[in-house]
Design a protein around this ligand. Sequence first.
Ligand code: AMP
Length: 446
Amino acid sequence: MSFSALGLRAELLLAVGEQGYTEPTPIQAQAIPAVLAGRDLMGGAQTGTGKTAGFVLPILQKLAEQTGGTNNRTSVRALILVPTRELAAQVQASVFTYGKHLPKLRSLSVYGGVGFHPQVQALKRGIDILVATPGRLLDHLSQRTVDLSKVQVLVLDEADRMLDMGFIPDIRKILAYVPKQRQNLLFSATFSDEIKKLADGFMHDPLLIEVARRNATAELIAQRVCPVDREKKKDLLAHLITTGDWKQVLVFTRTKHGANNLAEKLVKSGIRADAIHGNKSQPARTRALAEFKAGKIKVLVATDIAARGLDIDELPHVVNFELPHVANDYVHRIGRTGRAGSSGEAVSLVCVDELGLLRDIERLIKREIKKEIVPGFEVDPRIRAEPIVQGKRGSQQQRRPSSAPRKAGAGAPHKAGNRGQHAPRQPAGRAGSRSSRDSGRRTSAY
Ligand code: AMP
């Protein structure tokens, strides 16, 4: 199928062609006509499926077809809510790229961690498509610096991540500012019951499109587990990068401190690396990402939240230096590789403490991941499992009980600034306790 068969305007076809896309991905083939027809949509699609163009292209077309072009007021016609700053910037970049041959459409991304005032100025000039993280958008709403009363299309991107990050109450508040009559699009890699409940509450007869099996990992990604002792993980990672001559690898740690530590250690071993996480300033994060994309640094070490939404084409290697506490995050993490048709490899360095987490992941993806011991890094069967405690081994990431409220009260007028988007994730109680239950297991249990 070609893009032109989807009913897109010539300006959009031109932009798509310039990106080198020859045919729509499965989510695009299904979503574009449905959005153009005005349907509400629930898209089950993980990152890397091309879902962004799947909703951005038809939104651009619909807005471009309305007479009058950009309105002169501060009202927004399409609102795209995303969980992280990086994703906000990337989605807006896509809006810009795909819409560059269309006249008169203005877009903006607003997120925390950067100045509030420039966003106010930009909003004043009139914005058609606004991409926002929930926290900063609520800041603007409480200061009345944005008007959502003319929103026609609302997109919730990466809804499962929004849920994980505790944004659902914020989203419900935002819903009160948009007109009841509107088109709703929701995208999520996985559909938990909570996501379905949220969707039931605001969507009208949504068309359900699923392009990958529920909770399945992308077929193109080669996955393997390298069993290793916890203290040897850094050496093993350096060994894999050097012997495999890896040029670009995204490495996940559970904590910000762990990310910094690992990046420093890699640099000491002569491997160009940097860390990206919520404690870093936005310019520092943007710079690290740009250097990584440009190949100036080989290894980007990231926490789950920071890595969310990173759009790096054809990333060849993803390493789970530590397995995530929430099994779903594994699917998100490895979705960074093997994107839109290219193959990739995801390697998990698993020590004896993490066997419970590994089992949770294998249960979720409904398959056993191949285990491969790297010569020289055989596990020592005498080492016993220790419970994974946040804050241990220098971690600074605090986890709060799932019932505890977020620090900055959701919804109450709050200071503009770095709020919400990087609130610590709620722990998955089950997975957390499971790893403690593994205490005392021996390495033979891999
Ligand atoms: P997404 O899932 O929206 O994050 O997109 C993943 C990647 O796929 C992005 O780097 C896009 O540039 C790329 N992409 C999107 N649509 C297509 C397409 N039709 N053909 C090839 N690549 C695409």
